[in-house]
Design a protein around this ligand. Structure first.
Ligand code: ZN
Length: 441
């Protein structure tokens, strides 16, 4: 069964794809496609969908999952107990944790991910995660995060992990000029991404927006995550988070905000009017008890919404197809059984994510789109008894692993195994580094 997510949302039984290089040439019943190709993937008995798109993550946090002191805190308390551990991160840790996080995403159906890296201790650079992404073969939107307001200036992070604002802007510009590919089928884009209104200044928010627009790259930050976040905004800036974003130029088709759990009615209307996107992170919102994001209301108003697993330390699992299921379940808890269907949840995770990242070349399987797709083996126990509707089963049941993942026309997962890296050795190295990080704190 092939799920296209094309204009008419076709689901094609015995469907197939014909790919040339890194783009899709033909989609339809397998019997109507060319019989010969350099490589034929026989996916009979599989469900094939467009690769899922992850719009919010902090991959380095894979090193600090389930840290005891942060297991039961809300956002600000959680951050405060983790900052001092993260202050000991090294470039090697950034690279290895990025690949581990990407391996987990790839194996759970994700082919494009953004990563928001906002802490750069001990010589770490965004270049470390970019190199890691290239090696594993994931389509990547690397967000140059930053923190500039430390505790002595009334911010949340310790002074030792914040950066100078001029240096942040300079490095961001260097990264855009070095790496950003604005072309169709780009494997790498750079995003301008101050961490959050409570860790950078007004000036940096404003200057970042100017820089991003000068180069035509997108912008990303955290917004309206929970009630304390809203209270901070009102007290410090005299505005709601949405008003603050608008005031600083942080709305538009080129902007997406993570969470927006507490976005109010006026904020939803503003986002809809301006095409401002939202990265919905249901597991993280539940884990930190931030609340239930009004995704139903956002979608009805026309706000672009994508899905995000969020940082591994607040989820703590970067299981992409699982996140699709949680999105559906959480909307129903908040707004009733008809608040979201399985197919809508899948649409948010594919087309929705693509739109939020500013792309029209991923998220659907149609001629001219990038060759990014994944397959799930319908003989796994998770699908048993649900084969009358395998598309809904993907969301309602809980299949965890893909069988195949193709990104940019290349097979990255074959028969459930990563082809680009030796996973066992990677995880072993990751665990060694995570141990060293915990011990140093
Ligand atoms: Zn986040």
């Amino acid at each position: 069964m092939l799920v296209t997510m094309d204009g008419s949302r076709r689901e094609i039984r015995d469907g197939g794809l014909y790919i040339k290089g890194n783009r899709i040439e033909g989609v339809g019943p397998a019997s109507e496609l060319p019989e010969h190709a350099d490589e034929v993937l026989d996916l009979r008995g599989h469900l094939v969908i467009p690769g899922l798109v992850n719009t919010h993550h902090h991959m380095y946090q894979s090193l600090t999952r389930a840290i005891p002191a942060a297991q039961n805190a809300e956002l600000f308390g959680w951050l405060t107990s983790l900052y001092r551990i993260w202050a000991n991160l090294t470039p090697e840790m950034i690279a290895v944790s990025t690949q581990t996080a990407m391996a987990e995403l790839l194996l759970s159906g994700c082919t494009t991910s953004s990563d928001h890296l906002y802490i750069y201790p001990n010589g770490s650079r965004l270049d470390d995660s970019i190199a890691a992404a290239r090696e594993i073969g994931m389509r990547f939107h690397a967000a140059r995060g930053s923190m500039s307001v430390g505790q002595k200036d009334g911010g949340l992070p310790p002074d030792s992990v914040v950066e100078n604002e001029d240096a942040i802007l300079k490095d961001t510009q260097r990264l855009i000029e070095t790496y950003n590919d604005e072309g169709r089928y780009a494997m790498l884009r750079v995003v301008v991404a101050p961490c959050s209104p409570f860790s950078v200044s007004r000036e940096l928010m404003r200057d970042s927006a100017v820089l991003a627009r000068q180069y035509g790259v997108s912008m990303h930050t955290h917004l309206a995550e929970n009630v304390n976040d809203v209270a901070y905004s009102r007290e410090k800036f005299g505005m709601t988070p949405a008003e603050y974003a608008e005031d600083l130029g942080w709305v538009g088709h080129d902007v997406w905000h993570a969470h927006c759990v507490q976005l109010d009615r006026a904020g939803i209307d503003l986002f809809a009017r301006t095409g401002t996107g939202v990265a919905h992170c249901p597991c993280s919102n539940m884990r930190l008890a931030s609340g239930i994001a009004p995704i139903r209301a956002m979608r009805d108003a026309g706000v672009p919404v994508g899905l995000g697993v969020d940082g591994s330390a607040s989820n703590d699992g970067a299981q992409m197809v699982g996140e699709v299921r949680q999105a559906l379940l959480l909307q129903r808890v908040g707004f009733g059984p008809d608040a979201m269907t399985a197919r809508e949840a899948l649409e948010i995770a594919t087309l929705g994510g693509a739109k939020v990242l500013g792309r029209d070349d991923i998220g659907a399987l149609a001629p001219g789109m990038a060759a990014d797709f994944v397959s799930f083996d319908l003989s796994q126990p998770a699908f048993a008894g649900a084969l009358h509707d395998p598309v809904a089963a993907l969301v309602f049941c809980a299949p965890s692993q893909v069988s195949t993942s193709v990104i940019d026309g290349k097979v990255v997962v074959r028969e459930g195994r990563l082809t680009t890296l030796e996973l066992g050795a990677l995880v072993e190295r990751h665990n060694r580094l995570a141990g060293a990080l915990a011990n140093r704190a």
